[in-house]
Design a protein around this ligand. Sequence first.
Ligand code: NAD
Length: 252
Amino acid sequence: MTAPLSGLNVLVTGATGAIGRAITVALAAEGARVGIHYGRDRDGAERLLRSIDGRGWCLQADLSSPGGATQLWVDAEAISGRLHGLVNNAGIRTEVSVEAPLPDWQSAWDREMRVNLLSAADLCKCAIAHFRRHGPGRIVNIASRAGQRGYSADALAYGASKAALINLTKSIAQSFGAEGITATALAPGWVRTEMAEAFIARHGEAAALAGIPVGQMAEPAEIGELVAFALRPSQVSLNGAVLDVNGGSYLR
Ligand code: NAD
């Protein structure tokens, strides 16, 4: 039986983070070649590439710089020839209080929006142009439950950036679906990553799990599996969906 993603080249941003690694491994397991984007962790990217038997490429770009995303796409296009999918996974979560001095507040918001939204939007722009030239393509944006239900006082920009990413996904789905360009978003609640472990270390496991009916955080592998599924060529009608991965902690 042919692997579902066989013959597809997919760019994954932030691939060296916990969720990005799981996405990369899942895509490779289903037959894709993966553009492994990293910001600083070149060794991690190369290790990841080896772990998928070299079926992909490592690509560096700083997504906090206004030209970073476009250059990344140009590099990915040059090395792969044809891209069939884009996974906007890179993200940051910056804490800044409403009491902070205005320059600190504004620089935190600028950076959050640049990495989580504007760079993702630039990559979507490049991907749409590429798919229009070369044939069908798919975009998967890693948003967050924070973008659906509002978020904590110390990280307002994070929730706002993820809400905008969800809206961008829906707009792409509506605007370009007829051209064979489809988009899906994932909205995870807590995922068991370094970020989650740091929260547990500070506040305890019970605080992290409170309000999650299934009593556990999502594993990164669950996200990887779902991204691979959303990229399957057979999943055309998933266009525009926002897939909740939160253990039942937010129902809508
Ligand atoms: P992580 O910090 O482990 O990974 C984030 C990735 O983004 C890293 O590879 C990092 O290098 C990259 N990145 C950040 N800033 C960058 C920059 N300026 N230039 C280039 N790359 C940059 O985090 P994670 O937990 O794996 O999160 C992955 C995605 O999932 C993020 O978009 C995050 O918002 C989202 N998410 C995470 C959780 C969670 O509980 N961990 C929950 C919901 C959504």
